[in-house]
Design a protein around this ligand. Structure first.
Ligand SMILES: [Zn+2]
Length: 118
C-alpha cells in the first residue's frame, strides 16, 4: 500500500493518525469518506468500531459495505433511509412485473392469432 496514502475515513473522522497497517483502511478507504461520515452520524464511531471488532474476518467486508450503504441511504433520503431504498426497489419490481404481464399477454395474443390462421 502507498505509504503516502490519505488517512482512512475512520481515522480521518476520529481525527487520528492513520497507521500504515490500519485495521479500518481496507474497509473504510479515504475515497468513501462522505459515505462513512453519513454512517458515522447514524451509528457513531464507537459503535462502528465495536461492530467491526465483533464481526468475523469473513463478514467484515459485508458489514463495512452495509454500514457505508446505510450512510448513503440516509444521505439520499433523509426521511426514509434504507427503508426508502427498499420501497423504491419494490416499486421498480412491481413496474417490471406489470410490464412482463403485458408482454406475456401480447405473446399469448400473437400465439392465438397464429393458431387461428393455421
Ligand atoms: Zn485508518
Amino acid at each position: 500500500m502507498n505509504a503516502n496514502r490519505a488517512p482512512c475515513a475512520f481515522c480521518k473522522t476520529k481525527n487520528k493518525r492513520c497507521p500504515k497497517n490500519c485495521e479500518f483502511a481496507p474497509y473504510f478507504p479515504a475515497e468513501r469518506r462522505a459515505s462513512y461520515e453519513s454512517a458515522n452520524k447514524i451509528f457513531g464511531s464507537n459503535k462502528i468500531k465495536r461492530m467491526m471488532m465483533l464481526a468475523g474476518e469473513a463478514d467484515k467486508h459485508m458489514l463495512a459495505t452495509s454500514i457505508l450503504k446505510e450512510g448513503d441511504a440516509w444521505t439520499n433520503d433523509s426521511m426514509r433511509g434504507g427503508y426508502g431504498e427498499i420501497q423504491n426497489l419494490l416499486q421498480q419490481i412491481e413496474l417490471r412485473r406489470a410490464y412482463l404481464r403485458e408482454l406475456e399477454e401480447k405473446i399469448n395474443d400473437e400465439k392465438e392469432k397464429t393458431r387461428l390462421h393455421l
